[in-house]
Design a protein around this ligand. Structure first.
Ligand SMILES: [Zn+2]
Length: 118
């Protein structure tokens, strides 16, 4: 099963937030610049390690992967469909009829398929 975990995308976004916050803080207290540099470095490392196309391994933008949570997104390099899941052990449909596209549903609610009663 070739999927991208949403958790990995969240970590990338969190690192960018820390970087931005530390950059602002560095204006007032210079040591924050060190934190900003560390956060930026961690972000690039994280992007290299985790935010990759599970099919061909090319780097993916976190924003593109975040969109893939709600509707199928395709790798720009190899064209394979990339499935983004909340959890790894969640069952992913192999090829479902994904024709209901939600254009402007921006709230990060729970996963679309929550019909299965556990
Ligand atoms: Zn690819």
């Amino acid at each position: 099963m070739r999927v991208v975990r949403f958790f990995e995308i969240l970590v990338a976004f969190a690192l960018m937030l820390i970087f931005a916050a530390a950059l602002v803080g560095g204006v007032f207290r210079w040591p924050f610049f060190i934190l900003a540099a560390v956060a930026l470095g961690l972000y690039f490392v994280w992007e290299l390690l985790c935010l990759r196309c599970p099919w061909c391994g090319s780097a993916m933008e976190p924003s593109r992967l975040a969109r893939g949570l709600r509707r199928p997104c395709h790798c720009p390099s190899c064209g394979h469909e990339i499935t983004v899941v909340w959890r790894v052990n969640k069952r992913v449909p192999e090829h479902g009829p994904d024709d209901g596209e939600e254009e402007d549903a921006e709230m990060p609610g729970p996963a679309p398929e929550t019909k299965t009663n556990l």
